[in-house]
Design a protein around this ligand. Structure first.
Ligand SMILES: C[S@@+](CC[C@H](N)C(=O)[O-])C[C@H]1O[C@@H](n2cnc3c(N)ncnc32)[C@H](O)[C@@H]1O
Length: 305
């Protein structure tokens, strides 16, 4: 019977030959899935024998990975902001860089709730995640706010134009026990009937169409509308920014994930909005521009006593 070491050695060699630049890690994760154990157990017990069924499952996973399929789709799970999300080809695999959007959203909600306490009976702070995909942003935010006991003061809507993605997002919301907190709606950007929001979050597609075909093969397994942002990558984001005057409350903020070179273009669209707006571009942990903070000035009182 083959051992963990035997299967890792041959699996790593095969994945490296197929072009994976993380062959050893991939093999450990896929073997862990096949034997029903964490990667740490795979690393800790190289002499352990692997049963026939697990070896067959590992072989099937290797074949999928050799064809370029992302490890997350093969395992059916991706860790994001400390939570495990169910993932499959219905939606984009959540990326580590998007964790910044969640952290900033949590900070923004906490600041709004603590700096200006809402009188009893006031409707909750209205937050929307546009282009929710697997639900990662909305669900991670809801989980964080629940831990801080802030959830009762917030309503969270999650929107996507893909019915398939929303089905997956609803499954994830059930898995993380926030299905009664996050409302999921199918719409193009925002349902027309929705009232304006205090906080808008969006990781919409922002890769220029011409670059999508040049992405690593793993991206070809993901839904193209989740990646393709049109000729300059900003088609969908520009539409959202132009709609902000009618969907964002005075004093509200929109946090938009963008490509590293798209800050000036987004700032230019914001500069053309009617009324008073500001736009600040935040860098991610690797020092690249990643998040546009778009803020609408609070309404100024006219007249008075
Ligand atoms: C880059 S993915 C992000 C998914 C998820 N928010 C995340 O961070 O993992 C973009 C998502 O936006 C959705 N989308 C694209 N255009 C949209 C539109 N016009 N209205 C609503 N959703 C849209 C796609 O279906 C996809 O799920």
């Amino acid at each position: 019977m083959a051992t963990i070491r035997d299967l890792l050695t041959t699996g790593t060699a095969r994945l490296r030959a197929s072009g994976s630049d993380s062959a050893r890690l991939d093999a450990e994760l896929l073997l862990g899935r096949a034997i029903g154990a964490e990667r740490t157990a795979v690393i800790a017990h190289p002499e352990a024998p692997v049963g026939a069924d697990a070896a067959i499952a590992f072989e099937a996973a290797l074949v999928r990975r050799e064809a370029g399929e992302p490890v997350a789709y093969i395992r059916g799970v991706k860790e994001f902001h400390g939570l495990a999300f169910e993932v499959d080809r219905r939606a984009l695999i959540p990326r580590p860089e998007t964790e910044l959007l969640v952290s900033e959203a949590e900070r923004e909600v906490a600041w709004r709730l603590t700096s200006a306490p809402r009188p009893a009976g006031t409707p909750g702070l209205r937050v929307v995640d546009i282009g929710t995909g697997s639900g990662a942003v909305a669900i991670a935010l809801a989980s964080l706010l629940r831990a801080r006991r802030m959830l009762p003061e917030v309503t969270i809507l999650a929107v996507d134009c893909s019915a398939d993605a929303l089905a997956l997002a609803r499954e994830n919301a059930v898995g993380h026990a926030v299905a009664d907190t996050v409302e999921f709606v199918e719409a193009d950007l925002l349902p027309v009937t929705e009232r304006p929001f205090d906080l808008i979050l969006a990781n919409l597609p922002y890769i220029p169409s011409g670059e999508v075909d040049r992405l690593p093969v793993a991206a070809s397994f993901e839904p193209r509308p989740a990646l393709d942002g049109g000729p300059d990558g900003l088609t969908v984001i520009r539409r959202l920014v132009e709609a902000l005057p009618s969907v964002l409350l005075p004093g509200g903020s929109a946090l938009l994930e963008i490509g590293f070179d798209q800050g000036p273009a987004v700032e230019a669209v914001v500069a053309g909005l009617p009324g008073q707006w500001s736009c600040r571009i935040q860098l991610d942990l690797s020092g690249r521009p990643r998040l546009a903070h778009v803020e609408r000035a609070a309404a100024t009182r006219t007249g008075g006593r």
